[in-house]
Design a binder for this molecule. Sequence first.
Ligand code: X2X
Length: 339
Amino acid sequence: MSFSRRTLLKATAASAVTGGVGAPYIARAQAAEWTYKFSTSLPELHPSVTRTREMAAAIKTETNGRFDMQVFPNSQLGSTTDVLSQLRSGGVEFMAQSPVILAILVPAASISGVGYAFPDYPTVWKAMDGDLGTFVRGEINKAGLEVMDKIWDNGFRQTTSSTKLINGPDDFKGFKIRVPVSPLWTSMFKALDASPTSINFSELYSALQTKIVVGQENALALISAAKLYEVQKYCSMTNHMWDGIWITMNRRAWAALPDDVKAIVSRNANAAAVKDREDTEKLNDSVMQELEGKGLIFNQPDAAPFREKLRSAGFYAEWKGKYGEHAWELLEKAVGKLS
Ligand code: X2X
């Protein structure tokens, strides 16, 4: 059923309930005053999409139906690259995306994705709820977008392949790997001597299936939710970067909301972020078992040689130069010396 037809049916049903003669008073299913689209490339089965739907429902209830957030998962509104420009123009009001992808519009935003920067979750949340996060949100605002305070979790990223396990940096030599469309990702895998190709998430499954690329990298929760185990055989726990999900908003659309509605949306988005973080941390172990059950073969390579390879290839020095002293200091304050 088309979207507009469904909306029409809903509206018709609502008036049938409320319009009858002598009908008892019930809280009316009012037409929303604001109907905003929320876009994500993550598939329906991903835990963050479940939390997003819960959040949208809570916002609708708490605004008495005045605010309707319509959730479009799985790149339904277009590829990540497309939706980023729709977010800018106002065609899409909310977008959930990786800080590293957001860097196409806000170069400093990718700093949280620098390879092997974050050792663990406590360090991630301290930095992202602290000075590093505040700095990045400031940069996002300067670029003309709004962003929620709390970042969600897309997990520590792992490397899958249809041909082999990655045991050490040498195994990346010439490895045809899909990376999301963003300079940091390409730079990092080039520094590892891999052969990265930028492909939007919406095209990833078929790129793996048709062997345009041999491997990809993502967190276990998404490898499971997107069923990448159907087209991949090996999974190396390279833990090469932590990735988050910023909830960004088109500035004009956000400014159009009254303060009480803004407060309800923000409170629910930040509460959902906290739940999402708990979900993904809990999922880590069980997902690995589930994926082993689906036939993925795992290994756990030592992180140190990869990090050393990045360092000797000049990766950290290059990105320190790009982000600048101030931003790099904030990162190193959170994670320790990188270069
Ligand atoms: O495109 C990806 O791999 C994804 C979904 O993890 C991101 O948004 C970075």
